[in-house]
Design a protein around this ligand. Structure first.
Ligand code: G3H
Ligand code: 13P
Ligand code: NA
Ligand code: ZN
Length: 329
């Protein structure tokens, strides 16, 4: 059944678990996630980015893929979430399409690149909440900019993210400001910045607490214990999939993601929604490269697409279990 984000995250808070929010662009990703959720009895957040809507799927196909998932798995609660909305009007369109949750990312201007002022962020987020709540739709806001504490750079690899240098204050959400932001906007969930960034290139070495500030999450949670926190850029960048990609003709340099144990630490401290896109991309590409290399005469796309679906689904099962989502559908 389609439910609101608020309802799902309230349950997660009550029972101390987190929910991976997977980005979806096509049938295989949606299917992989639903197979995993069905296997582990987990609630599901499916999110569509601006990039997904621009891709072949477009908003109507995306929406119907998600509706098909709900129809086929009626016993699994599903949130249809719009990821990284760049303006209240983008969110309004998603609400009209039937999304049960939207993200108004007012940490950036509506170009999705330029860091905004605090006042701007409060204004666009508050207006979106007013509109969304009138329709029973939940809102995720974001305070702070995703960026690398190693390099001081924002990341815009995926077309959404600050461009250029960021200060430490911009890259680490301030607990006091977070309290003021939540009070003024009434958001249902708050995305925070703690040193993660979108894409595969988060850290040049396994992250230590100077470049991945889980302590900051603890401080924010201590200040606003009743607010559901969201971690973006939470792919773990599995080393085994990097190795497979590179073994079968790929060329991805050494890179590290957010260790699952660090996300578990976040979940102990108020993180309820964990955004993951890159991990499924890596598994999908690795499985495709391996299959085609090992089966050079095969030309039916269903063969390698089936392999990618299985690879993605295995990652989803692992995250549902690690985040203690399993058993809560
Ligand atoms: O927000 C970042 C997600 O990974 C979506 O990426 O815009 O390439 O679909 P995308
Ligand atoms: P990753 O690139 O780490 O998967 O993050 C995805 C994300 O935050 C989508 O909003
Ligand atoms: Na989001
Ligand atoms: Zn994100």
């Amino acid at each position: 059944a389609l439910i609101s984000m608020r309802q799902m995250l309230d349950h997660a808070a009550e029972f101390n678990y987190g929910i991976p929010a997977f980005n979806v662009n096509n049938l295989e990703q949606v299917r992989a996630i639903m197979i995993a959720a069905n296997k582990t009895d987990s609630p599901v957040i499916l999110q569509g980015s601006a990039g997904a809507r621009k891709y072949l799927a477009g908003a109507p196909f995306l929406r119907h893929l998600i509706l098909a998932a709900i129809e086929e798995f009626p016993h699994i609660p599903v949130v249809m979430h719009q990821d990284h909305g760049t303006s209240p009007s983008v969110c309004q369109r998603s609400i009209q399409l039937g999304f049960s949750s939207v993200m108004m990312d007012g940490s950036l201007m509506d170009d999705g690149k330029t860091p905004s002022s605090y006042e701007y962020n409060v204004d666009v987020t508050r207006r979106t909440v007013e509109m969304a709540h009138a329709c029973g739709v939940s809102v995720e806001g974001e305070l702070g900019c995703l960026g690398s504490l190693e390099t001081g750079e924002g990341g815009e690899e995926d077309g959404i993210g600050a461009v250029g240098k960021l200060s430490l204050e911009q890259m680490l959400t301030d607990p006091e400001e977070a309290a003021d932001f939540v009070q003024k906007t009434q958001v249902d969930a708050l995305a925070i910045a703690c040193g993660t960034s979108h894409g595969a290139y988060k850290f040049t070495r396994p992250p230590t607490d100077d470049i991945l500030a889980i302590d900051r999450i603890k401080a924010i949670h201590a200040r606003i214990p009743n607010t559901h926190l969201v971690m973006h850029g939470s792919s773990s960048v599995p080393q085994e999939w990097l190795a497979i990609i590179n073994e079968y003709g790929g060329d991805i340099p050494e890179t590290y993601g957010v260790p699952v144990e660090q996300i578990q630490e976040g979940i102990k401290n108020g993180v309820r929604k964990v955004n993951i896109d890159t991990d499924l991309r890596l598994a999908s590409t690795g499985a495709t490269r391996r299959f085609l290399a090992q089966n050079p005469s095969e030309f039916d796309p269903r063969k390698f697409l089936g392999e990618t679906t299985k690879a993605m689904s295995d990652i989803c099962v692992a995250r549902y279990e690690a985040f203690n989502t399993a058993g809560h559908a």
